[in-house]
Design a protein around this ligand. Structure first.
Ligand SMILES: [Zn+2]
Length: 485
C-alpha cells in the first residue's frame, strides 16, 4: 500500500483484503503522524475522464465505519472546471457526489497559485488546464470568489480565492450532527510537464495581505515576492527547496485588466515581465508537511460564503497539522453537510506570516463518518461547535477572533471581518473552547481546567492572514491515560 495513490477506477475497498489495507494504512499513519513527516505515496495521480468514478465494496464495514453493516464505497473526484468551486462555500451548490457514512472519497485539489509558474504547475495537466483556462473570451472557471460577477478585477471579485473540490453531499447529514473526516492519505500532484518529471512544485507569495506587508527593511516597503519551491513527487525526499523568486510586477490578464498587486486568484504571470533570482534560500531544506489549508462544510448563514475567513464549520483553517493521519470533526450546519477541500499546502509554519504557505496541489483520500445528533450526548462530541482536530498524540482546538463571524458580525460580515480580527480575540476564544473541552470531555471543574491549561496546553498562532485570525490550543491525549476506554 505504501506506493498507492488512488486513481480513477481504483479498486480500493473492493475486497475484504483491500478494505483491511486502507484501514491499516490509516492506523499506521496515525501512529507515525508527527513523528515522521515523510510523504508516503506520491505515485502519479493519473487523471482520467472528467467524471467521478466509484468502486463498490461488498464488505460489511466495521462498526466504526458504517452503521447498519452496509457496504462501503470508494469514490474518486478529479479536479476539473466541473468539480470545483473557486473561492466560496455554498449550501446551494450542486453536489459533485452523494455518499453514505463510512464511504471513502479520493479528492484531487489544485492550488490557486498554479499560474505563478504555469510551465511547472499547469502545462500538460488536463485537470489544471481546464480550471486555469483563460483567453480573451472565456475562463475555464469564471467566478472566483463570492463577490459580484461584474466586479472590475474579475467575476466574483476575488472575495475568496481557494479552489475547492466538491461539494461532497453526505446522505442523512442534518444540522446538529457532527461529521468526522479522516484523512487517510495525502500525496503531492506531480508536474505533468515532461521537463519536470518526478517533481512537484509550490508557490509561496509574500503578499499584500501578509502580516509583514509595509513593515520591511528594504525598499520598496510595499512589494510582493513569489518564491517557487520544488518538492520531490516520488516521496523519497521529505523536504522542499527553493528554485527561484521574483517580485510581482503589474500583470495584464487575458481580459485586459491590469493587476498591480495580487488582487485576484489565478492571474497568469507573464514570465517575460518578471526577473527571476536563482539560488535563493541556498542549501536550505524546508521540511514537508502536506496538508489542506481549506477544508470544511458549507455554513448556514449565507448562500455564498467567501473561502478566506475560517469559521465554525471550518474552511480556511490553515493549520499544518491537518494532514495524513489526522481526523477532523465538524458541526453540520446544512442538509448533506456539503464538504469541500482545497488550498493544498506542501508546508506552512504557524501564523502563515507572509500570507501563504508552499501552495502545492495535492490529492487526498478521506473517509467520512456521520455522528447523528441523537447519539452525541455523553460523548466528547456533544456541544461541539467548532472544527476539532485529532492527531495521533493530540487534541487541537481551533479558536478564531470570531467563533462564528457570519452570525456575530451580521450583514456585511464577509467584508467587515478583515478590520476586526486580532490575536487577543482569537486567544480568548481558544481559551473558552479549551475550558469547555476539559470541563465536559474530561469532567474537570473550572479551577482544575484553568490550572491544567496553564501547565500543559500549548496555545499557538494558527494564522494572522485569513481575515478571521486563528489561535489553536494543543493538549496531549497522554495526559488522560486513566480516562481512556
Ligand atoms: Zn493556502
Amino acid at each position: 500500500m505504501d506506493d498507492h495513490v488512488c486513481g480513477p477506477g481504483c479498486m480500493h475497498g473492493v475486497t475484504a483484503e483491500n478494505e483491511k489495507d486502507i484501514k491499516g494504512e490509516f492506523h499506521a499513519a496515525r501512529r507515525s503522524f508527527l513523528r515522521d513527516a515523510m510523504v508516503v505515496g506520491g505515485g502519479a495521480a493519473t487523471l482520467g475522464a472528467l467524471g467521478v468514478s466509484m468502486s463498490p465494496s461488498a464488505m460489511a464495514a466495521s462498526a466504526s465505519a458504517k452503521p447498519g453493516n452496509g457496504p462501503t464505497s470508494h469514490y474518486y473526484i478529479p479536479a476539473s472546471a466541473e468539480t470545483v468551486l473557486w473561492g466560496y462555500f455554498s449550501k446551494s451548490a450542486k453536489p459533485v457526489v452523494e455518499i453514505e457514512t463510512g464511504d471513502y472519497v479520493t479528492i484531487e485539489t489544485l492550488t490557486h497559485h498554479s499560474n505563478d509558474d504555469a510551465e511547472r504547475m499547469v502545462k500538460g495537466d488536463p485537470g489544471a488546464e481546464s480550471v486555469f483556462y483563460w483567453d480573451a473570451k472565456r475562463k475555464g472557471v469564471n467566478r472566483r470568489g463570492a463577490g459580484p460577477m461584474d466586479a472590475k478585477i474579475g467575476a466574483g471579485g476575488g472575495e475568496g480565492v481557494h479552489i475547492c473540490t466538491g461539494p461532497v453531499f453526505i446522505k442523512g447529514a442534518e444540522p446538529g450532527d457532527i461529521l468526522e473526516v479522516r484523512i487517510v492519505d495525502v500525496a503531492p500532484r506531480p508536474s505533468a510537464n515532461p521537463a519536470f518529471k518526478g517533481k512537484s512544485f509550490g508557490s509561496n507569495a509574500a503578499a499584500n495581505w501578509g502580516f509583514h506587508y509595509g513593515d520591511l527593511l528594504s525598499e520598496p516597503k510595499k512589494r510582493e515576492v513569489v518564491t517557487l519551491y520544488e518538492i520531490d513527487a516520488t516521496g523519497e525526499r521529505n523536504w522542499a527547496r527553493a528554485v527561484y523568486n521574483y517580485r510581482w510586477t503589474p500583470q495584464t490578464d487575458p481580459f485586459g485588466v491590469v493587476h498591480p498587486t495580487i488582487d485576484y486568484p489565478g492571474i497568469p504571470v507573464n514570465h517575460s515581465t518578471i526577473r527571476k533570482n536563482e539560488n535563493v534560500l541556498k542549501n536550505i531544506r524546508v521540511p514537508i508537511r502536506p496538508h489542506f489549508g481549506t477544508i470544511g462544510l458549507a455554513p448556514a448563514e449565507a448562500d455564498m460564503v467567501t473561502s478566506i475567513p475560517p469559521s465554525y464549520t471550518g474552511g480556511n483553517i490553515d493549520n499544518w497539522r491537518i494532514g495524513k493521519g489526522a481526523t477532523l470533526y465538524f458541526p453540520v450546519a446544512v442538509a448533506g453537510a456539503m464538504f469541500s477541500v482545497g488550498d493544498p499546502h506542501a508546508s506552512q509554519g504557524d501564523s502563515e506570516l507572509c500570507g501563504t504557505a508552499i501552495e502545492c496541489s495535492l490529492t487526498g483520500t478521506f473517509q467520512f463518518v456521520l455522528h447523528k445528533k441523537a447519539e452525541l450526548p455523553g460523548t466528547p462530541l456533544a456541544e461541539l461547535n467548532y472544527p476539532l482536530l485529532e492527531t495521533q498524540d493530540d487534541w487541537v482546538l481551533h479558536g478564531f477572533s470570531f467563533a462564528n463571524y457570519l452570525a456575530e458580525l451580521g450583514a456585511g460580515a464577509q467584508q467587515s471581518i478583515y478590520s476586526k480580527s486580532s490575536v487577543d480575540l482569537a486567544l480568548r476564544d481558544a481559551y473558552h473552547k479549551m475550558r469547555h473541552f476539559l470541563m465536559t470531555t474530561q469532567r474537570l471543574d473550572e479551577d482544575e481546567a484553568i490550572s491544567l491549561m496553564s501547565v500543559a496546553v500549548d496555545f499557538g498562532i494558527t494564522q494572522v492572514v485569513d481575515g478571521n485570525w486563528g489561535v489553536h490550543a494543543v493538549i496531549k491525549k497522554s495526559i488522560f491515560p486513566a480516562r481512556e476506554g
